[in-house]
Ligand binder design. Structure first.
Ligand SMILES: [Zn+2]
Length: 346
């Protein structure tokens, strides 16, 4: 995760620690870092001998917690007001943008990101570089180009495929690039003109073929799906996660429960688009119905027991001066913190 050798041994002290496994918070906590790993963690009063030699970093007012996971990012995009224009025109420039954005994610406390769409192999290259230790960033699980239909959403960061045979070929092409998961665009999108976000993009047969082929190779499938029909078709095909899912009906929620697919609601995405002063009106017009429907859909899903994951869609627009993804220190946890506002506090 870091370039160069392991950092010097260090003792972090903070008033609170969460272990990320559901255990009670540890008050007056200490965390011993040595050789680039956590050597000991627990209440400060129980520190083993030897700790007195360590340099101590006091973190008053902070909570220590494991690295955050963001299940939906785009490393090549840097949160400009219009996604299509925000992505650099050359592969070299996109790769440099991805290196910089990786660093921002890491600085914000995110230690694993899933990249769900880049024009080429940029995010896959970054994933390999992070693994090799030549670029500093979170672990990257990259999809490569998103699989999208002719005239579909984000074709500028996708691989166009139509018909079941091309769906299978697209999976194989991404596999050959080194993709570790597959992203399919199952409805229209907010940030692309044309097909309405509520309209299903692919037929059931096309989605079935793509998921079957991906699963044959052990690749999980994430489906961009905003409207009910696309969500249902994607879940029927057996996708492993639905991204966005702003319009959910009873059939969709039932399929989530039956299949165990994860719901990556990307709360911050429509919210940030609606609040962005320089986001073009045509994008806001497309985002508005989805933003309005999202809260009720999410509440219904959570109450029914659908399993949710945190995804921010980082790279898409953020409001000016916002501390959100990806311009300033990153807040992956924001979507889950909002669960409180939805009356979900477990
Ligand atoms: Zn996305």
């Amino acid at each position: 995760m870091t370039a160069g050798g392991p950092p010097e041994p260090l003792l972090l002290r903070a008033p609170l620690l969460l272990d990320g496994r559901g255990a009670a918070a540890v008050p007056d906590a200490a965390l011993w870092l040595e050789g680039g790993t956590v050597a000991w963690v627990g209440p400060g009063a129980d520190l083993p001998s030897g700790a007195e030699r360590l340099r101590v970093l006091e973190l008053p007012g902070c909570t220590l917690l494991p690295g955050l996971v963001d299940a939906h990012v785009h490393l090549v995009a840097s949160a400009g007001p219009e996604l299509a224009r925000d992505i650099p025109p050359t592969e070299a420039a996109r790769t440099l943008a991805a290196v910089a954005n990786c660093r921002r994610h890491l600085d914000g406390g995110t230690t694993l990101v899933r990249d769900l769409g880049a024009p080429g192999g940029e995010a896959i290259a970054i994933a390999n570089a992070v693994e090799a230790g030549t670029v500093e960033g979170p672990t990257v699980v990259a999809a490569g180009p998103a699989v999208t239909m002719t005239g579909g959403h984000i074709s500028y960061m996708g691989r166009v495929a139509d018909g079941p045979e091309q769906m299978r070929a697209a999976v194989r092409a991404n596999l050959a690039m080194g993709a570790r998961c597959i992203k399919v665009v199952a409805t229209g999108g907010v940030l692309t003109r044309g097909l309405d976000p509520r309209v299903a993009a692919y037929t059931q047969q096309e989605l079935d073929a793509l998921v079957d082929e991906a699963h044959r190779f052990g690749l999980k499938v994430a489906a961009h799906a905003i409207g009910e029909g696309g969500v249902v078709a994607a879940l029927r095909a057996g996708v492993d996660s639905v991204e966005h899912g702003m319009f959910l009906d009873k059939t969709g929620i039932g399929l989530f429960l039956d299949t165990g697919a994860r719901y990556s609601a990307t709360f911050a995405a429509p919210d940030c688009i609606m609040r962005g002063r320089t986001v073009p009106d045509w994008i806001k017009d497309r985002a508005r119905p989805a933003a309005e429907a999202q809260r009720a859909s999410f509440r219904a899903a959570v109450v029914a027991g659908v399993r949710v994951v945190a995804g921010t869609d980082a790279g898409r627009p953020v409001p000016e001066g916002s501390p959100g993804p990806v311009r300033r220190p990153y807040r992956s946890a924001a979507p889950l913190v909002r669960l409180k506002g939805l009356g979900y506090e477990r």
